[in-house]
Ligand binder design. Structure first.
Ligand code: DQQ
Length: 495
């Protein structure tokens, strides 16, 4: 395999890095070296560090032939940039190295499993594009340099059971189970335009056999299910998928690209997954293709692409790179739901602290010391009939603001970032059904320079959105239509 393309891409990235100052990047959210990023890939612990790869097109702020970018971290909060790991170059991946996952092999090497998308003919199809197909491939490395496996691809369309597409067959997520076998879940479009998740099994992670269909979209839960993830947490089995083209259902599921989790029972002998429930994973605007891993201390930690696909063609002027990841989140299962919390390591970056107890809010109110753009703030709102609406304005000045509003009658939390400086007529609002817990709605709000992540009622729901607001807009205020009572704990985050 020629290393020329990889060398060129790495040199290009190095050169581009100089154009982007640290102030133009978030403080603690992963971004690409230059150009465009999407899905997190290969999230794993290897040689005493967390490794995160990502779908990457270094050459422009638009999606293009997919490379794999690479960062590492000791604590999941601050990240070091490594040279990009893979370029599309082989016959089986010359259209792109699509999403996949990573795991350490018993011999100490790091294995990446990904979807190679390769051209299969030079005769254009009716839509003018050249036909491609998708196969599952491997690359093995030492944490910095990766070699594609000489026997790639390791799972092909021939392994897809009847009824499924050889073109839409992607995003392998690998794990090693207690029985000593490797397993991988792979997304597959079915001939009727729906989707299913295929389970494969291997003794050595190099030779794979098809096992069964784990679950399918059933014409109800969207079309192609992308980026599956399957794990057990707190005794419950969870299948996470990112459906394209979901039908909305009240305020529970929004239309289009979504992320849902299916909980159920899994028989490790027969590999039968019996779904019991389905819920949205994040109800905000910018969240897709999450991937999780188990940390050495046993936590299930998930990270996602912090961007909405339909908005991704609208890159604000002057932006030098496009796309970020969410803060990694700890996942637990409680009372029938996945609970998400910011990874606890973020608390090591807490600085200046202010606290307000039972403050009465009516007209727009600024609380001394409650401001900034990089912070960890918890607002507890007592839900009573003394107010009709309660609003928090973030990243605000005379021109800009982004709001979170709670309506206690409808029990709806609304996001609105239409005044955030993102100057396109795209998706900027979202309504989320939020029931009070113990008479309160608790919002833990993690802000970084270009984002807001909201953990609602101890993380039983979350809502994420990206901001392009100038950093000078750093006021925070509270207002109620009526009288609301809140308590606030706010930490500045310092890096
Ligand atoms: N993005 C990747 C695919 C995946 C999709 C391509 C989801 O592997 O299905 O960049 O965002």
């Amino acid at each position: 395999m020629s290393k020329e393309k990889l060398k060129k891409a790495r040199e290009f990235e190095q050169e581009q890095l100089k154009r982007i100052s640290p102030e133009e990047r978030p403080c603690y959210h992963v971004t690409g070296g230059s150009g465009w990023i999407n899905d997190p890939n290969g999230f794993s612990f290897y040689k005493d560090e967390y490794h995160l790869f990502y779908q990457y097109h270094p050459y422009s702020n638009e999606w293009g032939p997919m490379h794999w970018g690479h960062v590492t971290s000791k604590d999941l909060i601050t990240w070091e940039r490594l040279p990009l790991a893979m370029v599309p170059e082989e016959s089986y991946d010359n259209f792109g190295c699509f999403s996949g996952s990573g795991i350490e092999l018993p011999d100490g090497r790091h294995l990446l499993m990904y979807t190679g998308v390769g051209y299969v003919s030079d005769i254009p199809m009716a839509n003018g594009e050249l036909p491609t197909h998708q196969t599952q491939c491997l690359a093995v490395g030492d944490g910095t340099d990766y070699e594609k496996y000489e026997k790639n691809p390791v799972i092909t369309g021939e392994d897809v059971p009847a009824g499924g597409s050889k073109v839409d067959f992607r995003d392998p997520k690998i794990w090693k189970d207690e029985d000593g076998f490797y397993y991988a879940v792979v997304a597959n479009m079915t001939d009727d335009g729906n989707s299913r998740i295929l389970l494969f099994k291997s003794t050595d992670a190099f030779q794979w056999q098809y096992v069964c269909v784990l679950d399918h979209s059933d014409e109800k839960l969207g079309k192609m299910w992308e980026c599956p993830d399957f794990y057990e947490v707190d005794g419950k089995h969870v299948l996470v998928v990112s459906p394209m083209a979901m039908m909305p259902e009240g305020l529970k599921f929004h239309v289009g690209h979504s992320v849902i989790y299916l909980t159920g029972t899994y028989d490790k002998k027969t590999h039968q997954f019996i779904r019991e429930d389905v819920q949205p994973l994040d109800s905000g605007i910018d969240f897709y293709a999450p991937q999780s891993m188990q940390t050495p201390d046993g936590r299930r930690v998930m990270i996602a692409w912090m961007q909405a696909w339909p908005n991704s063609k609208f890159v604000p002027d002057g932006v030098k790179y496009f796309g970020q990841m969410t803060l990694p989140r700890e996942i637990n299962y409680r009372n029938g739901k996945l609970i998400q919390q910011p990874v606890r390591e973020i608390e090591n970056y807490r600085g200046e602290y202010v606290h307000y107890e039972n403050v009465e809010i009516s007209d727009e109110t600024v609380l001394n010391g409650v401001d900034g753009r990089v912070l960890d703030m918890t607002v507890k709102l007592k839900v009573t009939d003394a107010f009709k609406k309660f609003t928090i304005k973030l990243a605000a000045d005379e021109t800009y603001d982004s709001t979170i509003t709670y309506d206690p009658v409808r029990e709806v939390l609304s996001l609105d970032r239409s005044r955030s400086g993102y100057m396109y007529d795209i998706l900027h609002t979202r309504d989320i059904q939020v029931k009070p817990a113990g008479g309160e709605v608790t919002l833990r709000i993690l802000m970084d320079r270009f984002s807001v992540e909201i953990f609602i009622n101890d993380g039983s729901q979350t809502a994420t959105m990206v901001l392009f607001t100038p950093q000078e807009a750093d006021n925070i205020s509270f207002a109620a239509d009526g009288k609301a009572q809140i308590s606030v704990d706010k930490y500045a985050l310092t890096f």
